[in-house]
Design a binder for this molecule. Structure first.
Ligand code: HEM
Length: 423
């Protein structure tokens, strides 16, 4: 924010010999992410962590990435992911039943467990259930590892530091479990309709399929990319709601009138428009992918500045989403701003929580469906008050999450069990 204030739409940071341009104007974002996307690859931090993600969709490049993306895209089509709605609301309902009014919970931790369970079930059906504790523990190690941005940049991954060794052991454990599930699935030939089945059966134009190694890398990537981001979106949303009782009240009124205590289904979502506005506004202020990084592989020019090959670029949703040229009262949480046709009035590239261009999020529709369904299911029964003295601040690692979790006290919003009969 300071760089944007002092330098305008483009600023350059130098970190030893590495130069990185920060870009803050929608035209520059379109230039890098869309018009000249071929001149850029993913940024240094993600690339340095390919030993964790493998060569999955998030980190792969070029023709290999394009082939994988084409094979995987149909699995994320709206009609395919529609089947996952019940898994999402089922997980949220189970969570509700585990809470006791007045007893404090770490809501960020709860959202992480919920979204992990959802991605686990939708990827692997029930196959991962018996391994859930190990999967959860290993993913936790990896997320802690990637949370320390400075270490990711400064410490080479071949150094046998305790953190590097722990991260490697976690990857070994996860890949062991995923390989075993893939082998069992291949042996049985079962098509369970989950993401893994779709990936196993996906074919390239020439009829070829993914190798076990590719399947494993993609599965691991979806595990990692597919849960923390959605969990953080929900956590920031609960935190914002806790501070804005009028918004909370309007949300409850919408849920009561549309659902009347029922667990929401996919068909309800078009009528839950205020719920969706709340999520759009939450991702404006707290975009889980707060910076989208690239590295130039060709010389380029941006706003008149030379961008030599090897230069880093960061498109920064955090800053663009708070620019008063596009958003009135940008620091305020105002879901109503999304009620009209704001997206038509602002430049297209002034709102990009899921990025743009060929590398935009493949899980966009999945994430929005999950966030809307979970928010609607839980907010029907509970509102949350921050635990006294607990301060919430963002930690900007690869994703943006609450640094010390989100410690809240659940308060019932409607009489418990009033929805049970209509389930
Ligand atoms: C609110 C939740 C989410 C947000 C804000 C989000 C955001 C993003 C962003 C900004 C990118 C582009 C990164 C870049 O260009 O460097 C991305 C890519 C990706 N996301 Fe998401 N994501 C979310 C949820 C999900 C979910 C639920 C899944 C899978 C189930 C997923 C899977 C992926 C994958 C595989 C990529 C790489 C796509 C490619 O390069 O072809 N994401 N996400």
């Amino acid at each position: 924010m300071r760089a944007a204030r002092e330098y305008g739409d483009i600023a350059c940071l130098r970190f030893f010999h590495i130069r990185t341009f920060l870009i803050f104007h929608p035209d520059l974002i379109e230039d890098v992410l869309v018009n000249n996307a071929r001149k850029f690859i993913k940024g240094r931090v993600l690339r340095a962590n390919r030993h964790l993600f493998g060569n999955g969709l998030l980190t792969s490049e070029g023709d290999f990435w394009l082939r994988q993306r084409r094979m995987m895209q149909p699995a994320f089509h709206r009609s395919r992911i529609a089947n996952y709605a019940a898994t999402m609301t089922g997980g949220a309902t189970a969570l509700l039943e585990s809470w006791k009014p007045g007893e404090p919970v770490d809501l960020h931790d709860a959202m992480m467990r919920l979204t992990l369970q959802v991605v686990g079930k939708t990827l692997f059906s029930a196959d991962v259930e018996r391994d859930a504790p190990q999967v959860g523990a290993s993913l936790h190690v990896l997320l802690e590892f990637t949370a320390d941005f400075r270490r990711l940049i400064m410490i080479p991954n071949w150094l046998p530091t305790p953190q590097n060794l722990r991260a490697k052991a976690a990857v070994r454990e996860l890949t062991g479990i995923i390989d075993r599930i893939i082998q069992e699935r291949r042996r049985s030939g079962k098509d369970t309709g989950d993401l893994l089945s779709m990936l196993i059966h996906a074919q390239d134009d020439d009829g070829s399929r993914m190798t076990t190694q590719q399947l494993r890398d993609e599965a691991l990537t979806l595990f990692l990319a597919g849960h923390e981001t959605t969990a953080s979106t929900l956590s920031w949303t609960w935190w914002l709601l806790a501070q804005h009782p009028a918004v909370e009240e309007k949300l409850h009124a919408e849920l009561d009138s549309v659902l009347n205590g029922r667990v929401p289904t996919l068909d309800d979502l078009p009528r839950l428009s205020y719920t969706n506005c709340i999520l759009s506004e939450s991702m404006r202020l707290y975009p889980p992918a707060w910076a989208i990084a690239r590295m130039a592989i060709d010389d380029h020019e941006l706003a008149g500045y030379p961008v030599p090959k090897g230069t880093g670029i960061a498109a920064v949703p955090w800053v663009v989403h708070r620019d008063p040229r596009w958003y009135e009262n940008p620091e305020q949480f105002l879901p109503e701003r999304w009620e009209g046709d704001l997206l038509k009035k602002i430049p297209r590239f002034a709102y990009f929580p899921f990025s743009f261009g060929a590398r935009q999020c493949i899980g966009n529709a999945f994430a929005l469906m999950e966030a809307n369904l979970v928010l609607a299911t839980i907010a029907q029964q509970y509102r949350f008050r921050l635990v006294n003295g607990h301060s919430v601040a963002p930690l900007a690692s690869i994703t943006l999450r609450p640094r010390q979790g989100l410690h809240v006290v659940p308060e019932p919003h409607r009489a418990r069990g009033s929805h049970a009969s209509s389930r």
